[in-house]
Design a protein around this ligand. Structure first.
Ligand SMILES: *[C@@H]1O[C@H](CO)[C@@H](O)[C@H](O)[C@H]1NC(C)=O
Ligand SMILES: *[C@@H]1O[C@H](CO)[C@@H](O)[C@H](O)[C@H]1NC(C)=O
Ligand SMILES: *[C@@H]1O[C@H](CO)[C@@H](O)[C@H](O)[C@H]1NC(C)=O
Ligand SMILES: *[C@@H]1O[C@H](CO)[C@@H](O)[C@H](O)[C@H]1NC(C)=O
Ligand SMILES: *[C@@H]1O[C@H](CO)[C@@H](O)[C@H](O)[C@H]1NC(C)=O
Ligand SMILES: *[C@@H]1O[C@H](CO)[C@@H](O)[C@H](O)[C@H]1NC(C)=O
Length: 681
């Protein structure tokens, strides 16, 4: 009998054909018609279009062009900036008016101790073709640091990689960052990828099902009127008169890391989309609640890896002298798609979401050539179940339903939200609190969690070691949230956000129409902080337990009060509550959770607003700027205040919350949740 042996190519062909047939079925089944992208995908698999790589040199330009028959991308040699992208008849997706290093690039913001911050585009010094075959091309643009570059270039070895694959409508980008022993102390604030698109084509931006719109241009911004922060501009004279009178601010388009998987831009003619797809959050900093910029007017699309947005310097990467470090950022996928008809951005958005899901399901990628990017068999798994015990809610153990459970560098309770050097791996538990975290890179971690509906942070004290292919099954874990006595009253929902509180309507002359719809993140409107002084003109906010409703009567941010043009004064909020009796056999406890703080000092007093010694004085905390940047939360701050029965009285009691700093309107806090507990029973 004849032995039939199949080589890799034949297998590839078979698998490709089956895949293609399946794809056609899926697309037919979903009612989605097979557009040019899919048809070209079939051609790519058949090998009719192999990937072309061509180097060009002329007087001022050295570049390499890679063309897989679907997209053509030019990279500068040896820096590795993206000079141009051609797709579906658009010769330049990127803005060709910009200089070559200002179209598609990686950058770093860094400084030496006590020195100025430096913005540096990451330029390779050494160009190498790592792989070139009919299925895949991988390029490397790397730079090696040495002491002669001290102070001039960030002390990092960087290897930027780009991967184009046959049949793919886009390309992958990732980079390996490394510091070696003996290198100098330095601080890194920001690492990201930036794409600047052709402005006469890309006018429509999409971040989520609800958050998509026609955007102003850079010229519209320049012709507009700057508002309190330079990023915010009132569009007084936009080319598209429909946008006149709206506010534009890139921070209105931020997303939480957990939701930031696909965003980008759409051109109407021809109908084409440009998308940044982030299939994993493992390389992003500070856990799933960190907010980042996405896309914004320019048109610009970002892939943010490291930044201090909504968290402040607390999340910057500080490297001590001699501290070695290595991390892989990405791969992210730059995806291009096209539609059959114009004026149908929904079709391109839906297709981009499908592509995102497909990238997520193929994570971790198998095709990357860097030994530093580990495949799934080199990674491990941690599984378990988290329960909650709070006897004042239920004597029995409760399931930590939808808990956020994550692995991050060993540290203090809650340290993950300021952790920025390592990898983090998060998931959300199911209804029973069960969780399984897959594809964890080998290393030592702590397991952290927080449970929506409960205060505080969970951490398991055991060090968890994940090994390649290893599976760690945790015992049933029990979180005991802070609790000393029964709830006498509470304000808000413990969910690390101020979204449930009163978010006012914006000034009618300062709106972003995207957020006019009440069901869409109203807190992202500009200038809401200033509404406090309008609403509480004579007296500061007073909240009466059992009468007030936090959804209407608790302003979303405790800011200073504007008394005239440039003058602000501290605001003292009052919580009024009655006690039928005072129990002298134990202490009362006030739980105070903040969703954000910005250069704030919060003081809490009971029944005597003039008391010399406050029951709590936070000291100056937070540089999160979440109020000015329309984020409804920044970092989580948690305080427990013991209250002796001697300061309480039968009948009416008052808690005074004073935010003492009032240099500008952005100093303040956002509350997450307050709870007053009686003595233990
Ligand atoms: C890439 O560079 C080549 C040579 O300069 C040029 O012909 C081609 O149009 C460029 N492609 C893109 C997408 O910029
Ligand atoms: C350039 O890269 C190649 C391949 O990684 C390496 O062998 C070579 O040493 C590098 N050259 C420099 C100057 O970094
Ligand atoms: C932490 O996890 C280990 C391993 O599953 C478990 O044995 C231990 O009980 C946990 N610790 C706590 C305080 O839950
Ligand atoms: C508001 O948004 C919801 C959800 O996206 C949508 O169903 C509704 O039609 C929108 N309403 C208006 C007035 O745009
Ligand atoms: C709030 O109302 C409930 C029900 O009437 C009552 O039991 C409780 O004591 C009241 N609490 C306060 C702080 O007034
Ligand atoms: C109440 O708190 C004070 C101050 O923290 C402490 O000294 C005292 O022992 C506490 N009393 C009771 C009954 O727990």
């Amino acid at each position: 009998m004849e032995q039939v042996t199949w080589n890799r190519r034949q297998w590839g062909f078979l698998v490709g054909c089956l895949g293609a047939i399946l794809l056609v079925f899926l697309l037919a089944g979903s009612g989605y018609h097979v557009n040019t992208t899919s048809r070209r995908f079939l051609e790519g698999v058949k090998g009719q279009k192999s990937i072309e790589v061509k180097q060009y040199t002329d007087t001022h330009d050295q570049l390499v062009m890679v063309d897989n028959g679907i997209v053509q991308v030019n990279f500068s040699i040896p820096d590795g900036h993206v000079l141009g992208i051609s797709y579906n008849g658009i010769p330049d997706i990127l803005d060709h008016h910009n200089v070559r290093e200002d179209r598609g690039y990686w950058d770093v913001v860094w400084n030496k101790p006590k020195s100025e911050r430096i913005f540096e585009r990451i330029a390779g010094a050494n160009f190498t073709i790592i792989t070139q075959n009919e299925y895949q091309v991988e390029l490397s643009f790397s730079k090696i640091w040495d002491t002669s570059l001290s102070g001039k270039s960030v002390a990092l070895n960087i290897d930027k990689r780009y991967v184009l694959r046959s049949g793919n409508s886009g390309y992958y980008s990732y980079a390996v960052f490394e510091r070696l022993e003996g290198w100098p102390e330095e601080e890194i604030d920001q690492i990201r990828i930036v794409y600047k698109l052709q402005s006469d084509k890309f006018r429509y931006m999409a971040l989520s099902d609800e958050r998509q719109r026609i955007m102003p241009t850079m010229d519209d911004r320049v012709n507009g009127q700057p508002l309190a922060f330079p990023e915010a501009v009132l569009l007084t004279n936009p080319a598209d008169s429909q946008l006149k009178g709206e506010v534009d601010d890139k921070y209105q388009y931020s997303s939480k890391t957990e939701n930031n998987k696909v965003h980008g831009w759409i051109s109407n003619n021809p109908p084409v989309g440009f998308w940044i797809i982030t299939p994993s959050n493992e390389f992003r900093i500070a856990g799933p609640t960190k907010q980042e910029l996405t896309s914004h007017a320019g048109p610009i699309a970002l892939s943010m890896f490291v930044s201090c947005h909504y968290a402040g310097k607390d999340v910057a990467m500080l490297f001590e002298e001699g501290e070695p470090w290595k991390k892989v950022f990405g791969p992210i996928f730059v995806y291009l798609n096209s539609a059959s008809s114009q004026n149908n951005p929904g079709q391109l958005w839906e297709n981009a979401k499908e592509q995102m899901l497909s990238e997520v399901s193929s994570w971790p990628y198998k095709f990357t050539q860097s030994k530093d990017f580990l495949s799934s068999d080199q990674r491990g798994t941690v599984a378990g179940q988290l329960l909650v015990h709070d006897r004042y809610i239920d004597e029995k153990l409760m399931h930590a339903k939808s808990a956020y459970v994550g692995l991050a560098a060993p540290g203090e309770v809650g340290s993950w939200q300021r952790e920025s050097k390592g990898y983090q791996f998060w998931t959300q538990a199911d209804e029973q609190g069960r969780f399984i975290i897959k594809n964890i890179l080998p290393g030592n971690y702590n397991l952290y969690a927080w449970v929506p509906g409960f205060i505080g942070d969970y951490k398991n004290d055991s060090k968890i070691t994940v090994s390649p292919g290893g599976e760690v099954q945790m015992d049933v874990l029990v979180y005991e949230p802070p609790r000393l006595g029964p709830t006498l009253w509470e304000i808000g929902i413990p969910d690390r956000s101020a979204e449930e509180f009163y978010v006012p309507d914006p000034y009618p002359n300062l709106i972003n129409k995207l957020y006019k719809n009440q069901s869409t993140e109203k807190f992202r409107q500009y200038g809401l902080w200033a509404r406090y002084a309008d609403l509480y003109r004579e007296h500061d906010l007073t909240y009466v337990i059992n009468t007030s409703d936090y959804r209407k009567d608790w302003f979303y941010a405790h800011v200073s009060r504007n008394i005239n043009d440039q003058k602000y004064e501290p605001a003292t909020w009052k919580i009024l509550f009655d006690l039928k009796s005072v129990n002298n056999n134990g202490n009362y406890t006030l739980r105070l959770a903040l969703a954000s703080a910005n250069e704030a000092n919060l003081e809490v007093r009971f029944n005597d607003v003039k008391a010399q010694v406050a029951h709590l004085r936070t000291g100056v905390i937070g540089r999160e700027n979440a109020i000015a940047r329309h984020g409804i939360h920044g970092l989580y701050w948690f305080y427990s205040i013991g209250v002796g029965s001697d300061v309480l009285q039968v009948g009416k009691n008052i808690i005074y919350l004073t935010q003492t700093r009032s240099k500008n309107p952005f100093q303040g806090v956002m509350y997450d949740y307050l709870r007053f507990e009686g003595p233990p029973n």
